[in-house]
Design a protein around this ligand. Structure first.
Ligand SMILES: [Ca+2]
Length: 286
């Protein structure tokens, strides 16, 4: 064999090897064996920065070969999805769940809207409904619900949204319905909620961790200030020291006009972290 022919033969072997490698996923991917299902809904979304909810899409592969699929998620206006396409591998004879967070911008009206989910360009299609609740406003509204909210730091899997999600139940702390700061034994920590405009407020309620397993006297906030932002200046409206209780309620009489409220934490009974289960700030009735 001439040198040229040997070279061509070697190139051919390489090409065949490359083709074989390329052929593996193609041969193993009859995407038609994958079905998708979504909950009928409705998924309850609050039109606020913390109001999104995950749409769970179940992909079931009934075939004997694994499949690579693209899942297209198309929500109706005004809904927004965290992912327009999710690409994943579904193992043979198996199912898995992929998630897209569905949200509605602050200011969205209440109503029910659909989210279309499609497998591939022409594959199976399913729809889920989403019920949008407007962010509370007006007399008696909890202005903190759904944020926007921020914190000096946040620990691990916790989210700043946990303490404005409407759940005040400390027994559900392990579901991350609360905020835990991320700087052990370093103080102070800050947890801040904004109202978007000056609002007249007359009541603030702070729930620190207080459950049978995690009593406030051992795990709750011990020393903290509650402050409100009045005309651009932070003003302390409550000073708490040596707290051992799960709830601190504060009435403002007369009401104050503020654009934001925050909790400045100085110590907890466990001496390590700040833990807030829920912060509520109520617009005055008058
Ligand atoms: Ca909560």
């Amino acid at each position: 064999m001439s040198r040229n022919l040997r070279g061509i033969a070697a190139a051919l072997v390489l090409s065949l090897t490359a083709l074989a490698a390329l052929a593996v996923p193609a041969a193993a991917a009859p995407a038609g064996s994958v079905q998708l299902t979504v909950p009928a809904g409705p998924l309850d979304v609050l039109a606020a920065p913390c109001g999104s909810r995950p749409l769970e899409i179940t992909l079931t592969n009934t075939g004997a070969a694994g499949a690579f699929v693209d899942v297209f998620i198309t929500p109706e206006d005004p809904l927004v999805t965290s992912h327009e396409v999710i690409s994943t591998y579904v193992p043979p004879d198996d199912s898995l769940i992929v998630r897209a967070n569905i949200s509605a911008p602050t200011g969205s009206a209440g109503g029910t809207h659909d989210v279309a989910v499609r497998l591939g360009a022409r594959g199976p299609r399913a729809e889920s409904s989403v019920a949008v609740t407007p962010k509370p406003s007006g007399p008696g509204a909890n202005l903190a619900l759904g944020g926007p909210v921020s914190a000096s730091s946040t620990h691990g899997n916790f989210s700043v949204c946990g303490a404005v999600d409407g759940n005040t139940n400390s027994e559900e702390w392990d579901t991350l319905t609360g905020w835990n700061d991320g700087t052990s034994r370093v103080w102070p920590d800050l947890y801040t909620v904004e109202f978007g405009a000056a609002k007249s407020i007359d009541r603030i309620v702070l729930y620190t961790l207080n459950s049978a397993r995690y009593p406030a006297a051992r795990y709750g906030l011990r020393d903290f200030d509650i402050q409100v932002l009045i005309a651009g200046e932070w003003t302390t409206v409550s000073t708490v020291r040596g707290n051992t209780r799960g709830m601190h309620e504060l009435s403002l009489n007369p009401p104050v006009s503020a654009t934001s409220a925050r909790v400045l934490t100085l110590a907890s009974n466990s001496s390590d972290y700040s833990r807030i289960v829920e912060l509520e700030v109520f617009q005055s009735a008058g």
